[in-house]
Design a protein around this ligand. Structure first.
Ligand code: SF4
Ligand code: SF4
Ligand code: SF4
Length: 301
């Protein structure tokens, strides 16, 4: 990781000196060893604060949205999952490719700082998370899919187990069992919206859940409004979720959001043909469900 950090710093220094970027997005040390956090370097003087370590897990692509209306040229370091987030944001016309300099890093798998924090709290006093993060155990894309330069050796997928195993188990339940499963699961959602905030595919300027006039979805924390939140979010993710796993990782009450997301991936594949969101950027290309064709089957209407 030290070698990767040094290469990232070299690249950032070069880009600032050549005037190719105004901001360079990477990570920096936190107060505790596992509290690595996103960092925006704004000049060559900041470059020394950059690190890449086993806790650089955060998907930085969503932070591009903070700069979508500006003119700044941005350098950004992306792991495999982050790079798919960048493709998502480019495909959704939320950023211009020529404002980006993308530094890809082949990802060996990250540890989860939130797990490390739990280990550290109370009387445990451990300073780390054991093993790689849950989201990385199902990673199909550890290597960046879009970049201007790449660092590190190509990594194999970190897949452990069958990708749709839990989805298949869910599909084998009866309707009543499934309803009960989701009703119980969503009853614990506190509607903190962390899963929305962290998601690169949630990039609407005005989110339906924030609209007050009209108020499309109630804001109370009850089973109807919670169900509605997750139903609407699922529809918006269909064909667009890049499976970065950040939503599930940041959920404070451990809602299995990747189960919903993988069900959507599986359904989109079955209904529209093989499709993996955010794998390749082609200007003008649109994900499934984002295009209209008069010949689309509509017998469900
Ligand atoms: S999901 Fe894949 S690319 Fe992303 S941090 Fe985990 S191993 Fe790395
Ligand atoms: S992060 Fe978890 S608790 Fe918060 S809104 Fe999303 S599902 Fe609900
Ligand atoms: S829904 Fe979750 S897994 Fe999918 S893109 Fe958003 S944060 Fe990533």
């Amino acid at each position: 990781m030290k070698e990767i950090t040094n290469k990232i710093k070299e690249t950032a220094t070069r880009l600032f000196k050549e005037g190719q970027v105004d901001i360079f997005m990477a990570w920096t040390k936190g107060d505790l060893p596992f509290q690595t956090k996103p960092y925006f370097a704004r000049s060559v003087d900041d470059v020394d604060n950059i690190i890449f370590d086993e806790y650089s897990i955060h998907n930085l692509s969503g932070t591009l949205l903070k700069f979508r209306d500006g003119q700044e040229k941005i350098g950004i370091v992306v792991k495999g999952c982050d790079s798919r987030g960048v493709v998502r944001i480019l495909e959704d016309n939320q950023f211009q490719r020529d404002r980006l300099y993308i530094v890809g890093v082949c990802c060996p798998g990250m540890k989860d700082p939130l797990v490390a924090m739990k280990n550290y709290s109370g009387f445990n006093n451990k300073n780390s998370a054991e093993g790689i993060a849950a989201k990385c155990l199902n990673c199909t894309t550890p290597n960046p899919v879009i970049y201007d330069e790449i660092i590190g050796e190509e990594q194999p997928p970190h897949l452990q187990g069958e990708r749709f195993e839990q989805v298949n188990a869910l599909e084998n339940m009866s309707y009543d069992e499934r309803y009960k499963f989701w009703a119980d699961t969503f009853s614990t959602c506190i509607r903190c919206y962390a899963c929305r905030q962290v998601c690169p595919a949630c990039n609407c300027r005005t989110c339906i859940f924030d609209e007050m006039k009209p108020q499309w979805v109630g804001r109370e924390n009850n089973s109807t409004d919670n169900m509605m939140y997750h139903l609407v979010k699922a529809y918006h993710m269909a064909g667009r979720c890049i499976e970065c796993g950040e939503c599930e990782r940041v959920c404070p009450v451990n809602i299995p959001l990747m189960l919903i997301n993988r069900k959507l991936v599986k359904d989109v594949n079955e209904l529209f043909g093989s499709y993996e969101a955010g794998m390749k950027y082609e200007e003008g290309a649109k994900p499934a469900l984002s295009v209209y064709n008069v010949n689309d089957p509509d017998n469900f209407l």
